[in-house]
Structure formats: structure tokens, C-alpha cells
Design a protein around this ligand. Structure first.
Ligand code: SAH
Length: 416
């Protein structure tokens, strides 16, 4: 009998040949019913194997699997005939002589056999395994199970966090993914969004998207900077629609990367429509939207029990009374709840007036949070009555979120 396991190669051991066994419905023999068997059996069941455990006694956990019909238990010592018909054998008794006998028979019958007592004497090794998003990860260390398991954990964590992504191997299909990048700090982006970004062939990015992440993109990714596209509201959007559709039709994975959430004043749905019309598949990964996230990082809750039962997010890009405005500032003035004003720095003085005219008190507290989640973040406190002066005095520039309402007093009780 050859000395199994230690196949010499001029003093060097050959590396194992790694393979994924498809065990569905196939007989797998586990000899032994102790702690090692208990760790191996669930993986075999998960692979769909027809698991037979041969052992006079088994652990309660294995017994439970027997009870639920997931494994067959032969409550007796190993017999030579047990190997017949098995595709794969796991010899994990605490009796070296038994393991030895099992592996001998396996060798004769050309069945791969794992041995727990002396891995070097088995014909197969069990890697540390894990799965993430349909990918199986197996790490086979140099008989250092702790190191393999630690490495496996690192890889899985990298996959989960998106810091590790096999862009060209993931088998994803071409199309457009709208990715919301959150308010600016890359840490505040979703795991799904980060993964989509790392797997993209083309990234079409806005000015407010977390730009630091773009630096991490592999060199061959095409980066389309929207800030450099032709100006003008419709011209630019038409060009974006054209670019994303064209690249996707050319078989690319396109990410449309924006700050916050693509559907909150982000024109994201225009891109959805353009893709639909062109027959391009589209996926949406929501982002943490700034009207909620920016006040939060500045320590201001948009709701508070007993203070407000509503918060209204309003675009301030048009002044009150503008023929194209769709906002009823009068109604907002009559309401009590929090108003979160976006794109409102320029029109804030007129909007404050309109809210006061609608019924809000001039002393209503206001917080203007600039560059939320960025290193330059700052909060300017004001009231509806003096908002215009405060914005001027503090030289507030966009991007800023303007929070109007009693929740500002809750966060800054001494300032008002
Ligand atoms: N889709 C984005 C909003 C785009 S509109 C979202 O969901 O957040 C652009 C406006 O968002 C800016 O004028 C500003 O009012 C607000 N904004 C976005 N990011 C911001 C930030 N980091 N700090 C302050 N305001 C921000």
C-alpha cells in the first residue's frame, strides 16, 4: 500500500487539487459520531448528500439530525462493507486503528477519504468554508485550521463589506444600477451600494456623491463625471440618460452614483424611465438621504415624541409664488411639524417670509447644517425671523440642509 497523503515530489509535497464536490443525493459515509462528525455533517447535509453515520453512539446534535430524517444512523461499529457505494468518506472516530482501516478500504476502492486523526494519511482535506452571495469560499491552509478559518472569515467580511469584490468573475449581467451614496461620508454608504460600485465597468458620478470612493475604483473603470457634462438642466440629464443606456446596451455594468438617495430630488426616476424605454435592466440601491441623515449627524432629530408628528421635506430651488413651484408654502406655514428644506440656501429668506405669512412664529428655531458628514460640517442656528441675516453673516453656501421647527430647540435648548 502506498503511503497515502504524503506524495513526495523531490522532497516537496504537492499541493492538493481543489475541487467542488457536487454531492446532491450521493452517499457519503461518516465513520464516527463525536464532535468532529458533528461539525462535518451539517455541511454535508447542506450540500444535499445522502449522509450515513456509522458509530455505536452519536452526539445529541447528530441524534437530532437523525430524528429529523436528515441523516441515516447505523448504530454499530464500522464494518468493512460500509465503504461500498460511498462517493466520499469521512473517518472521524477517536480510534486510529479504525480510521486507518477505513482509509485503507477507501484507497483500495478509490474513494476519497478525510481523516481527522492524521490528515496527512487521508486522500482529501476539509477546507474552512463559507458562503456569501452565491459564492463559496474554501480555504485550505497548510494543516493550520485556525489560520484557514481566520482567513476564511477575512475573505467573507471583505465580500460582505464590499472591500473585496471579483468584478469580472461575479457573472452579473449588464444593466444600470442606481446607487445612492448617502450624504457624503463613505462610511455611510450601504454594503450593497459599495459592492455594486466595485463591480461596475462604468460609473457615472455626481458632484455630491461620496467622491473618496471613486479613488478606490480599479483603473480600468470608465468614470463619467457629470459635473463635466454640458450645462443646463435638461441637456445634462438627457446626456446622462444617453450615456447610461448606451453603455448598458454595449454590455457594460453601469452604476449611476449620486449623493443621498437617487429618488430624492435626484431625477433618478427619469433614468429608470429612459432605461425601461431602451429595454435596459435597472436595479435600485437606495441611499441614506440627506434630509434625514444630515440633521441626524448634527444631533437634530427630525421627529421627537410630544413635539412633532410630521416632517416635511421640501425643495427650495424655486421661490414661493414662482409659476413652476409645486409647493404650498401657505399650508406649510399653517402646519406645526418639522420642515426640512433642501436646495434652499438662495431662496431661504423668501421661504422664511412665506412660512411666517402662513402662520409660523418668527421665533421658530432653525438650524442650517452645511457640508453634512464632511470634515467641514458646521451648524448655523437662527430663527425664522432672522434667518436671512444669519445666512448672510455666516456666509452659508450650499450644500446645506435647513431644519425648521421645534425639534431644533430640543437639540439646542440653551440657544433659544
Ligand atoms: N439626492 C440627494 C439630494 C439631492 S438635492 C439626497 O437624497 O440627499 C441636493 C441638496 O441636498 C443640497 O442642496 C442640500 O440641500 C442637500 N444635501 C445633500 N447632501 C448634503 C450634505 N452632505 N450636507 C448638507 N446638505 C446636503
Amino acid at each position: 500500500m502506498p503511503d497515502i497523503g504524503t506524495v513526495e515530489n523531490g522532497g516537496m509535497e504537492h499541493p492538493p487539487y481543489l475541487s467542488g464536490l457536487r454531492l446532491t443525493g450521493r452517499r457519503v459515509l461518516v465513520v464516527g459520531g463525536g464532535g468532529v462528525a458533528q461539525r462535518r455533517v451539517p455541511h454535508l447535509i447542506a450540500a444535499g448528500a445522502d449522509v450515513h453515520v456509522v458509530s455505536p453512539a452519536v452526539t445529541p446534535a447528530i441524534e437530532g439530525l437523525v430524528g429529523s430524517g436528515e441523516v441515516t444512523w447505523h448504530a454499530r461499529p464500522f464494518e468493512d462493507g460500509d465503504v461500498a457505494g460511498a462517493w466520499y468518506v469521512v473517518a472521524v472516530t477517536d480510534d486510529t486503528a479504525v480510521n486507518e482501516r477505513v482509509s485503507e478500504l477507501c484507497e483500495e476502492q478509490r474513494v476519497f477519504c478525510v481523516r481527522s486523526d492524521d490528515a496527512s494519511r487521508g486522500t482529501a482535506w476539509t477546507p474552512a468554508v463559507g458562503r456569501h452571495s452565491g459564492v463559496s469560499v474554501a480555504v485550505l491552509g497548510n494543516r493550520e485550521p485556525r489560520r484557514s478559518a481566520a482567513l476564511r472569515d477575512e475573505i467573507l467580511e471583505g465580500l460582505r463589506e464590499g472591500t473585496l469584490a471579483a468584478r469580472h468573475d461575479h457573472g452579473g449581467s449588464p444593466g444600470v444600477t442606481l446607487v445612492g451614496g448617502g450624504p457624503g461620508d463613505p462610511e455611510l454608504m450601504s454594503v450593497a451600494g459599495r459592492r455594486a460600485l466595485m463591480e461596475a465597468d462604468v460609473v457615472v458620478a455626481d458632484r455630491l456623491a461620496p467622491r473618496e470612493l471613486l479613488g478606490d475604483l480599479p483603473g480600468d473603470v470608465e468614470l463619467v463625471d457629470v459635473a463635466k457634462l454640458p450645462r443646463g438642466r435638461s441637456a445634462q440629464q438627457e446626456e446622462i440618460n444617453r450615456v447610461i443606456v448606451e453603455r448598458a446596451l454595449a454590455g457594460k455594468r453601469v452604476v449611476r452614483f449620486k449623493g443621498g438617495d437617487n429618488f430624492v430630488f435626484g431625477r433618478g426616476y427619469e433614468e429608470v424611465i429612459a432605461c425601461r424605454e431602451a429595454g435596459v435592466p435597472i436595479t435600485v440601491i437606495p441611499g441614506l438621504t440627506s434630509p434625514v441623515a444630515v440633521p441626524a449627524v448634527a444631533g437634530i432629530p427630525v421627529t421627537h415624541r410630544g413635539i412633532t408628528h410630521e416632517f416635511t421635506v421640501v425643495s427650495g430651488h424655486l421661490p414661493p409664488g414662482h409659476p413652476e413651484s409645486l409647493v404650498d408654502f401657505d399650508a406649510l406655514g399653517r402646519m406645526q411639524g418639522t420642515v426640512v428644506l433642501m436646495m434652499g440656501v438662495e431662496n431661504a429668506p423668501l421661504i422664511a417670509k412665506a412660512l411666517i405669512a402662513g402662520g409660523r412664529d418668527t421665533t421658530t428655531p432653525v438650524a442650517v447644517v452645511c457640508d453634512g458628514t464632511m470634515p467641514t460640517q458646521r451648524t448655523v442656528l437662527a430663527s425664522l425671523g432672522n434667518l436671512a441675516e444669519r445666512l448672510e453673516a455666516e456666509q452659508v453656501r450650499p450644500p446645506a440642509i435647513i431644519v425648521i421647527g421645534e425639534v431644533v430647540r430640543v437639540a439646542h435648548p440653551d440657544a433659544f
